[in-house]
Design a protein around this ligand. Structure first.
Ligand code: SF4
Length: 66
């Protein structure tokens, strides 16, 4: 199973907490909004879930990729 990170843009407030938890897959654009890179490797799945839990607006989710 392959996982991806998905951002709910209307909910995201661009605070960048997800980036602090998972800089391996998330960078921030010039306004502080997350830029998510591709699929989540198995070894980063735990951190990806933690990043989603950390999001104060529940805007970040780990989803199954088709
Ligand atoms: S932690 Fe949530 S609200 Fe903050 S930048 Fe990441 S997705 Fe957006």
């Amino acid at each position: 199973m392959t996982a991806r990170l998905r951002v709910d843009w209307p909910a995201c407030q661009g605070r960048g907490l997800c980036f602090e938890v998972l800089p391996e897959l998330i960078s921030l654009d010039e306004w502080g909004y997350p830029v998510v890179e591709g699929e989540v490797p198995r070894e980063l799945l735990g951190l990806a879930r933690e990043a989603a839990r950390t999001c104060p607006t529940l805007a970040l989710r780990v989803v199954d990729a088709p």
